[in-house]
Design a protein around this ligand. Structure first.
Ligand code: CA2
Length: 149
């Protein structure tokens, strides 16, 4: 099983740390990427870390992952609640998928309570702040090792 993990981030997450810190905290996406890379090195995972405001780019990265990756960690942001296209792409990817949300979407507006992606995800992490990304990487490392053994 490949130790390559795609970490995919949806729209507006490039603004992390600059707006709405009461909801999303003070860390920037670059901070999150740095922490993910440090943990990935410890866990012997290789990372592709991406963010886009465009749905098709996220779909294209999922297609790339199909040929190469052992897992996907995805924070689809607002596409979580709207995108059947991202769900369809994830449904073509067999290895583990972990969905991450920085905020606890269930404590927020009702429209954030439904996730198309959750119908495919093997695990969902919400409300752990940016630490959720690190927890997701630990989980995929375990799942990749379980499959290898
Ligand atoms: O809690 C999460 O991680 C979300 O996926 C974030 C999305 C939101 O639509 C989801 O319901 C929950 C929003 C990301 C927007 O990020 C911003 C960051 C800073 C300032 C403004 C938006």
């Amino acid at each position: 099983m490949s130790r390559l993990v795609y970490v995919l981030n949806g729209p507006n997450l490039n603004l992390l740390g600059r707006r709405q810190p009461h909801i999303y905290g003070h860390e920037t996406l670059a901070d999150i990427e740095r922490e993910c890379r440090a943990l990935a090195a410890e866990l012997k995972l290789e990372l592709r870390f991406h963010q886009s405001n465009r749905e098709y780019e996220i779909i294209d990265w999922i297609h790339q992952a199909r040929d190469a990756a052992g897992a996907i960690v995805i924070n689809p942001a607002a596409f979580t609640h709207t995108s059947v296209a991202i769900l369809d792409a994830l449904n073509t990817f067999d290895p583990p998928v972990i969905e991450v949300h920085i905020s606890n979407v269930h404590k927020r507006e009702a429209f954030r309570h439904h996730s198309f992606v959750s119908t495919r995800a093997d695990g969902v992490i919400a409300g752990f702040g940016t630490q959720g990304y690190l927890l997701a990487l630990r989980r995929v490392a375990t799942l990749i090792e379980d499959k290898a053994g």
